[in-house]
Design a protein around this ligand. Sequence first.
Ligand code: PRP
Length: 226
Amino acid sequence: MDKNAVTIALPKGRLLPECTRLFSLVGLRPAEDLDSSRKLLIPSEEGSARFLVVRDKDLPTYVDYGAADLGVVGRDVLMEAGRDLLEPLDLGFGRCRIVVAGLASRGGRMDPGGWGHTRVATKYPSITARHFAARGQQVEIIPLYGSIELAPVVGLADRIVDLVSTGETLRQNNLVELEQVAEVTARLVVNRASLKIKADRLVPLIEALRGAVGAASASQSEGRAR
Ligand code: PRP
């Protein structure tokens, strides 16, 4: 293993296959399958990099402290973490949105004036607090770790702030989108100090990734034009 190896943090879960594909396109193939291996630190085949596979919420911490030089993570996780990372590339995959949603039976758009005491369930307490504070709306935030859509259905909360991809989870639980908070895609994040110390390795790698992302989006637009 090269002692100046670049350390790349990738998130467990649904972004992992796209991440693996992207790094393979720039010549960095993990020596073992990242998804099925129980190892959490895996070198690249040619030894110039190593991959860490971590929980997405932990990923900004690894990059911020320089335990990883760079990583890939959803914009939702970055917004929630609020860490000072370089974000040189929108990778274009993992596209979804953060929205405010509520029960369809209550219908209608939100009326800021009519909110007495509103409870909002979410796995994004910071994003939610900022969103409503920016509108001057006081809400009680109920932090949850998953199955957020259940909260309004069982009366735990009036609203949720959560990710929507296809919209199927909202539909199946009789919820409707009320407001968009942010658009989300996977982002490349880089540690500020690493970019200076390992510039000779990181700058070409970031440019190669930029090229691979550009080529992928060009071929997608070509596909759509046909
Ligand atoms: C995410 C999100 C929604 C769902 C949206 O949940 O929190 O529940 O996906 O996808 P859809 O619009 O395509 O239905 P995830 O699967 O990550 O589980 P979680 O709710 O337990 O976090």
